[in-house]
Design a protein around this ligand. Structure first.
Ligand code: SAM
Ligand code: SF4
Length: 343
């Protein structure tokens, strides 16, 4: 009898097709919503997946478990010198539909001016750049580094390399970059960048997030409505986390802005993600507890076969919770930060 192909299904009927891989927990910025000023206790190199281990696990995900898109993130994925090789190896894989998986990175764009052409040549399909403000002072306050110029050079290089659409991710923090949100919209409309605002989630330095203190999607839409005409976009949303809005400015120029209301309007019911941490653990959700992780790295290093790894990955996903539970009374912030998990 032919065996039934494995896929990353859970008990609530969702199937994961999108893999996020954290290639390093380290970073050259210190965004206040993500890391403390002093950085974190970094995962030692020998505990992190090496290139061959990353490529092996991505291969199992794509060729045995139905993954169709792979996003490399971190920490800062450009800090991994072999990123181009990892992308190239990923594009040589074939999905259950017989295609190369879609590849993407999420990056702060520092150094992207020198890497964008090479990444495009390696077969990278898409790029998301994090940019919270085009105001130099607000950018420096938020990231604790005065590097706005490098990010802008990186975005230009990505556009030049044809890595389009370039998406821009922006987290709005109260009292820091709220006032520059409309300027960011104009900056992105000017350059044909797809801007998505993300609600701040409780995944950064402990004790710094409060539900009352965060800028909600509603607050942001109210602010944008002062300078733009906003209409919900006609496109169906599918499993995409961003609700799209058509924005038009006073001169009639228009484009789209996405709002990712991860906290106030969770989209867990349509989530199609699975994640690999820097040190090779499967997480079914950004908000999973450490006890729910399964270390594929430990299994690999103990000699597990591809089939054994695939089965362990599928079993970990089967137990995915129905939602992140941020609003539940007993909610606990995960032990891991966004940079280890891979945002
Ligand atoms: N260093 C890369 C970057 O910044 O794009 C990739 C890793 S970063 C953790 C991935 C995304 O997570 C970024 O867009 C960042 O803005 C977002 N992020 C980090 N901490 C967050 C938080 N507490 N809430 C919401 N988004 C967060
Ligand atoms: Fe670094 Fe990205 Fe975290 Fe900012 S959000 S500190 S760029 S990992």
């Amino acid at each position: 009898m032919a065996s039934v192909p494995l896929e990353l299904a859970d008990r609530f009927g969702r199937v994961a097709r999108d893999l996020r891989v954290s290639l390093t927990d380290r970073c050259n910025l210190r965004c206040t919503y993500c890391m403390p000023a002093a950085g974190l206790e970094w995962i030692p190199t020998e505990q992190s997946l090496d290139d061959a281990e990353v490529i092996r696990l991505v291969g199992i995900g794509v060729e045995k478990l139905g993954i169709r898109s792979v996003r490399f993130t971190g920490g800062e994925p450009l800090l991994r010198r072999s990123l181009e090789d990892i992308v190239a190896a990923t594009t040589r894989l074939r999905t259950d539909e017989g295609r190369a998986p879609a590849t993407a990175i999420t990056t702060n764009a520092l150094g992207l001016d020198k890497r964008a052409a090479g990444l495009a040549a390696a077969g990278l399909d898409r790029i998301n750049v994090s940019l919270d403000s085009t105001d130099r002072a607000a950018f420096a306050e938020l990231t604790r580094r005065d590097r706005l110029g490098d990010v802008l050079a990186g975005i230009d290089a990505a556009l030049e390399a044809g890595l389009s659409p370039v998406k821009v991710n922006s987290v709005v923090m109260p009292g820091v970059n709220e006032d520059s949100a409309c300027d960011l919209v104009r900056f992105c409309l000017d350059r044909g960048l797809q801007l998505r605002f993300i609600e701040q989630m409780p995944l950064g330095p402990r004790g710094e997030w409060t539900r009352e203190g965060m800028v909600t999607a509603r607050d942001l839409l109210d602010r944008l409505a002062r300078e733009f005409t906003l209409r919900p976009a006609a496109e169906p949303r599918g499993s995409a986390p961003a609700a799209l809005w058509d924005v038009t400015d006073a001169s009639g120029r228009s484009g789209k802005v996405g709002i990712i209301a991860s906290v106030t309007h969770p989209f867990c019911g349509a989530c199609d993600r699975t994640r690999l941490t820097t040190d090779g653990a499967v997480r079914s959700c950004l908000f999973s507890a450490a006890a729910e992780e399964v270390s594929l790295r430990d299994m690999m290093r103990a000699g597990a076969s591809d089939d054994e790894l695939a089965e362990a990955w599928a079993a970990a996903m089967w137990n995915k919770k129905p939602g992140h539970g941020i609003d539940d009374v007993g909610f606990l912030q995960p032990e891991r930060t966004m940079s280890e998990i891979g945002g």
